[in-house]
Design a protein. Structure first.
Length: 117
């Protein structure tokens, strides 16, 4: 079992910054199995940024150059540094961990990010 707890969301003006954190506990194999997703009202959940098995990173085109995903294996914590925020970044942000051996995804409860114009 894996537990994920996100924090760091809030209300920010356009152009501002926020840093999200996702603390993982339980049977964690690697921070490289983790990523960030978001879901805006009335829209499907979408990938924001993810670590890969080889330690690289993948970003959605809409956040490239503005967001940075970081992992701390010692603390089992994943971060998302969000700069130059835009109103269209408003969403609930979720952390996901994938157990590739059991083929199970674990999700956090989400943290709300609201960007005002």
């Amino acid at each position: 079992q894996v537990q994920l707890v996100e924090s760091g969301g809030g209300l920010v003006q356009a152009g501002g910054s926020l840093r999200l954190s996702c603390a993982a506990s339980g049977s964690i194999f690697s921070i490289n199995n983790m990523g960030w997703f978001r879901q805006a009202p009335g829209k499907q959940r979408e990938l924001v940024a993810t670590m890969t098995a080889v330690g690289s990173t993948i970003y959605a085109n809409s956040v490239k150059g503005r967001f940075t995903i970081l992992g701390n294996n010692a603390k089992n914590t994943l971060y998302l540094q969000m700069n130059s925020l835009r109103p269209e970044d408003t969403a609930v942000y979720y952390c996901k961990y994938t157990d590739y051996r059991a083929l199970v995804d674990y999700w956090g409860q989400g943290t709300q990010v609201t960007v005002s114009s």
